[in-house]
Design a protein around this ligand. Structure first.
Ligand code: THU
Length: 139
């Protein structure tokens, strides 16, 4: 099978591609408590894609969101420059990243990365991280 170079795709195609990968990632969600499945697909500047799903825990507090799963996978693999992240769930509404995930993304990105928020029919809205998280906390 031909390997896609995601960095060469036109914007709209890239966005659709990332949404469809996030929908596949959602299938790996471990969410027996909320039953709210979330998937994420994170594209790095080296053209690599890291997928993530939410992983819940009986303690509730130890739950990890799909976006953070993807970020932690990427960063621990040496990839910490991001182009875009797509997020999806089974909701009719667009799925936006929670506040903690916005902060975690902001650790590695000044705000230019795209955040592609999709709904259960694959419709999506594209924002920059800066729009979702202006005036970030920095040390
Ligand atoms: N969740 C995510 O995976 N990403 C978000 O940005 C918001 C919330 C997960 C956490 C929990 O497993 C479920 O959705 C319900 O909050």
């Amino acid at each position: 099978m031909e390997k896609i170079n995601f960095l060469e795709l036109p914007d709209k195609e890239l966005e659709k591609e990332l949404v469809s990968i996030s929908i596949k990632a959602k299938g790996h969600s471990y969410s027996p408590y909320s039953k709210f499945k979330v998937g994420a697909a994170l594209l790095t500047q080296n053209g690599k894609i890291y997928i993530g799903a939410n992983i819940e825990n009986a303690s509730f507090g130890a739950t990890i969101c799909a976006e953070r799963t993807a970020v932690i996978k990427a960063v621990s693999d040496g990839e910490n420059k991001f182009i875009a992240i797509a997020i999806t769930s089974d909701s009719d509404n667009y799925t936006y990243p929670c506040g903690i995930c916005r902060q975690v993304l902001s650790e590695f990105d000044k705000g230019d990365m795209k955040v592609i928020c999709s709904n259960n029919s694959g419709k999506f809205r594209v924002l920059t991280l800066r729009e979702l998280m202006p005036e970030i906390f920095e040390l």
